[in-house]
Design a protein around this ligand. Sequence first.
Ligand SMILES: *[C@@H]1O[C@H](CO)[C@@H](O)[C@H](O)[C@H]1NC(C)=O
Length: 304
Amino acid sequence: MKILVALMVAVLVEVVASQCSCNNMKWAKCDGDPCKCSLQFSGVSQTLDCSKLIPKCYLMKAEMYRAKNNLSTRSIGGKPVETAFVDNDGIYDPECESNGKFKAVQCNGTDVCWCVNSAGVRRSDKGDKNIKCEPVETYWVRLELKHKDMPASEDAAKWKTGIENVLLERYKLDKKFVDNVQYDKSGRLIVVDVKKDKGLSEPDLSLMTYYMEKDVKVLPLFVSPQPFEVSVEGNKVSMENILVYYVDEKAPTFTMQRLTGGIIAVIVVVSLIVIGGLLVIFFIARRQKAQYSKAQPREMETMS
Ligand SMILES: *[C@@H]1O[C@H](CO)[C@@H](O)[C@H](O)[C@H]1NC(C)=O
């Protein structure tokens, strides 16, 4: 009952808080009526006057704080959903089906094996040769492209057209699969969501991402040396880096990934209670022992 009340209060606070915000600073936390906003630095929070632009010194302090604490300093990009993941393993020597698809179990020629998705990216913890895996389709990829420092349009719609064109021309990807394109000028960041309906095996999104990663990070796999460029409003913009997030039809089974904030908090609380209990037992036991050893000499006397 108490927990329920606390939850309802939390939801209420959230709703009230969301009605007030700081137009000039997206990282600010705002609360109350009248609405008050503040910005978090290491250990302190600075009250802001959101009717004006925020002093640069505060912004730099906040940026340092966010960088140190691994908070995003950008407005777009990042994981599209909680279950999205990136390829941290890099290359391995894969086993392929006769139609060129990845086998669901991959071992890289060793006794250590893991499950991969249709893009060949690990989606489980590593295990032994007997690991059980089912085929799982990657139905959504998010491409985070950073373009080189050159003049470029700020218009996300123009970027979407440019991206659709280059993905069609270069990788034969139908425009209907380009779901959403966001653009952040200050970060030179283009975030492209390529998505198909769940349950479809075509198109294989890994075709496009592999060619594209090589295009951006190494050298094109095509014979033609034509580089990867996006045409936006007549400017040809080339890319400096790419990061790919994978979203599978079924959530991956990494153990750590399930330990999200709430569960970690529960584990910490439970551990503290257990440690507290053990300490209490320890002290009680010590007191009893102390009483026992006081009684001991008399016992010894009577025995002798
Ligand atoms: C696969 O094996 C190669 C060579 O033994 C190694 O360099 C590579 O890191 C391995 N890849 C993975 C993902 O274990």
